[in-house]
Design a protein around this ligand. Structure first.
Ligand code: SAM
Length: 222
């Protein structure tokens, strides 16, 4: 019987010290999980072979996906922060699932190699000065939220890579906030050959969070 629930993995192995360098799951992480849970029937129907989370942080999202979709799905996580990669590894192990973790930038390690069936990204989306995005190598936590101009600098680098990495029937879920200019993000995605919809949204402490679901224009979903 298919299950239509996504359970939040245990994170009890991560301590306050871990969260000095790794993004602690917050409302954005849980909104993404809620959006995936709403779409679980669709995800299971698509029978994904390869799932990738970019920017896995603590591993909460990728571990939840791996637990829900089962061992026949190959789960991969990429994070630019080595401490986040270690945390993702631990979270997967502690919750009894296999996730392969790569320390790298966006989807670069996969370019030209793999077609991703389910791609998820909770990016650094907070508008900040440009210098915070590029000078924060020694401050891994800043890289978790600092999004540069309009909060778009990191996600905007991923969009042009989507046509190359997403499978023809692949689905891409991404968190954004209103300040990122969601209508303009959708225009960018459309120009790249993707239709997108806001599938979940929530106002949290003055921030309007959304989750976008994208698929190729040629992929008739609804
Ligand atoms: C907002 S946190 C999300 C963490 C986790 N996915 C969650 O939802 O709780 C963003 C994550 O993206 C990672 N990140 C930032 N820039 C990246 C890049 N260029 N490539 C890969 N990961 C990146 C950060 O290190 C951080 O772990």
């Amino acid at each position: 019987m298919p299950s239509f629930k996504i359970e939040t993995p245990s994170l009890s192995h991560l301590s306050h010290e871990d969260y000095i360098n790794v993004y602690e799951p917050a409302e954005d992480s849980f909104l993404l999980l809620d959006a995936l849970e709403d779409d679980l029937e669709l995800l299971q129907q698509r029978r994904p072979v390869l799932c990738l989370e970019v920017g896995s942080g603590s591993g909460v999202v990728t571990t939840a996906i791996a637990r829900t979709l089962g061992a026949e799905v190959f789960c991969l996580a990429i994070d630019i922060n080595q401490a986040a990669c270690s945390a993702t590894n631990c979270t997967a192990k502690e919750n009894g699932v296999k996730v392969d973790v790569i320390n790298g930038d966006l989807v670069t390690p996969l370019r030209g190699v793999c077609a991703v069936d389910l791609l998820v990204f909770n990016p650094p989306y907070v508008p900040t000065p440009h210098c915070e995005v590029i000078t924060s190598l020694e401050e891994p936590l800043t890289r978790a939220w600092a999004g540069g101009e309009r909060g778009r600098e990191v996600m905007d680098r991923l969009f042009p890579l989507l046509p190359e990495v997403l499978a023809p029937q692949g689905l891409f879920y991404m968190v954004a906030i209103e300040n990122n200019d969601v209508p303009q993000i959708r225009e960018v995605l459309s120009a790249l050959g993707f239709q997108s919809h806001v599938v979940k949204q929530r106002r949290v402490r003055g921030e309007h969070l959304v989750v976008l679901r994208c698929q190729k224009h040629s992929d008739s979903l609804e």
